[in-house]
Design a protein around this ligand. Structure first.
Ligand SMILES: Nc1ncnc2c1ncn2[C@@H]1O[C@H](COP(=O)(O)OP(=O)(O)OP(=O)(O)O)[C@@H](O)[C@H]1O
Ligand SMILES: [Mg+2]
Length: 312
C-alpha cells in the first residue's frame, strides 16, 4: 500500500474508533454487538464455490464504489442486501469480501439479543449508526442474524416484542433514508429466512436477496484448496501432499465451508501435536483428512442433535 493511502486509512480508522467510543459512552458497552473491523482482509479470492453469489457481489461492489453511475442511468444503487443460506456457508465471508473489494470499512452488528440489551434505545442506536455512515466514504453495515429481530417479536417476552418492533421500524426508516449518492450499503444475513420479518423485505428495504447454498463436490475442492493455500502461506512452507478430492468430498455430504475449515484445522493441529511428541508427522495426506472427517462427523451429529432438539 502507498504510504499516503496508509496514512489516510489510519486517520479514518482513528475517527471511527472515536465514534465508537462516543457510542459506548451513550449506550454502554457495545461488547460483541457492534464490532468495527476497518477494511476487512478477506477478498473474493478467499471465497470458494458460490459462483452465482460471487457474481452478484461483484455487481454490488460497483454499486458501492460508483453510485453515481446508477444515477447517470436513471436508476438507484442497491442499498439493502440479504444473504441467506445454511450456517457456515460463507455469508459473513462474502459480506467482508464485498466491503474489501469496494474499499469500504465494515461494521459488524449482531442482531441476536440486541433489542433485549438496548430495549427502547435500540432504534436510537441504529439512527446514530446510520447518521455516522452518511457521507462519501465507503461503509458497509453488516447485520448478522437478521431473523433475531423478528424472532424476539414473536416469541420473546412482551417488552422484547415491543422493542423489537420499534427497532425494525427505526431500521427501515434509516434504510429508506439512505441517499442514493452515498457510498453506504447495508448487508444482512440469516440462516433462517422463514423467520425474517416480512416487513424488512421489499423495495427500498432489503430488496436484493442472495442465496448462499451448501457447496457441491467441485466447490468443496475449491474451498479446501483455499484453506490449504492460507495455512501454507501462514507456515511459509508446503504442508500438503496432492489430495484425492473425490475420496474426501464423498465423505463430506451436507457439510459446509465452515465444516471443511474446521476439518483442515483439526488435521493441522494433529500434525503439530505429533511433532510436539517427537514423531515425524509428515505432510498432510488424504488419509489424515479422512480420519479427522470420521471423528468430526460424530461430533457434528451430536452438536446438531442438541441444537435442533432431536433428543427430545
Ligand atoms: N465458500 C467458502 N469459501 C471459503 N471458506 C469458507 C466458505 N464458507 C465457509 N468458509 C469457512 O468457514 C468460516 C465460516 O464462514 P462464515 O462465517 O462466512 O459463514 P456464515 O455463512 O456467515 O455462517 P453463519 O450463518 O453461522 O453466520 C469462514 O471463516 C471460512 O473459513
Ligand atoms: Mg456469519
Amino acid at each position: 500500500m502507498e504510504p499516503i493511502t496508509r496514512r489516510v486509512e489510519e486517520i479514518t480508522l482513528r475517527r471511527w474508533e472515536d465514534f465508537l467510543s462516543s457510542l459506548s459512552k451513550r449506550f454502554g458497552p457495545l461488547s460483541g454487538k457492534v464490532v468495527f473491523e476497518g477494511i476487512p482482509d478477506v477478498s473474493l479470492r478467499d471465497v470458494g464455490g458460490l459462483r452465482s453469489a460471487k457474481r452478484e457481489v461483484e455487481s454490488l461492489v460497483l454499486s458501492l464504489r460508483r453510485p453515481d453511475l446508477y444515477r447517470r442511468w436513471g436508476t438507484k444503487p442497491i442499498k439493502g442486501v440479504l444473504f441467506y443460506g445454511p450456517p457456515a456457508t460463507g455469508k459473513t465471508l462474502l459480506a467482508k469480501a464485498l466491503a474489501r473489494e469496494a474499499g469500504a470499512i465494515f461494521f459488524h452488528l449482531r442482531m441476536r439479543g440486541i433489542a433485549l440489551k438496548w430495549s427502547m434505545e435500540t432504534g436510537d442506536l441504529f439512527q446514530e449508526l446510520f447518521t455516522a455512515i452518511r457521507g462519501n466514504e465507503g461503509v458497509v453495515l453488516y447485520l448478522d442474524e437478521l431473523e433475531a429481530l423478528a424472532f424476539e417479536r414473536t416469541f420473546g417476552p412482551e417488552e422484547a416484542r415491543g422493542t423489537s418492533r420499534r427497532a425494525i421500524n427505526a431500521l427501515l426508516e434509516s434504510l429508506e433514508g439512505l441517499d442514493a449518492h452515498e457510498r453506504a450499503m447495508v448487508l444482512a444475513s440469516t440462516s433462517q429466512p422463514d423467520a425474517v420479518d416480512p416487513a424488512l423485505i421489499g423495495p427500498g428495504r432489503f430488496d436484493r436477496l442472495i442465496e448462499v447454498p451448501l457447496p457441491d463436490g467441485e466447490e468443496k475442492q475449491e474451498i479446501l484448496e483455499i484453506q490449504q493455500r492460507k495455512a501454507e502461506a501462514l507456515a511459509g512452507r508446503p504442508l500438503f501432499k496432492a489430495l484425492d478430492y473425490d475420496a474426501i468430498t464423498a465423505r463430506t455430504a451436507k457439510m459446509s465451508g465452515g465444516d471443511l475449515h474446521e476439518i483442515v484445522q483439526r488435521t493441522l493441529e494433529e500434525k503439530a501435536r505429533l511433532e510436539g511428541s517427537a514423531h515425524d508427522p509428515g505432510l498432510v495426506e488424504t488419509h489424515d483428512l479422512l480420519r479427522v472427517i470420521e471423528e468430526y462427523r460424530k461430533i457434528k451429529e451430536v452438536v446438531e442433535k442438541i441444537r435442533y432438539g432431536q433428543y427430545l
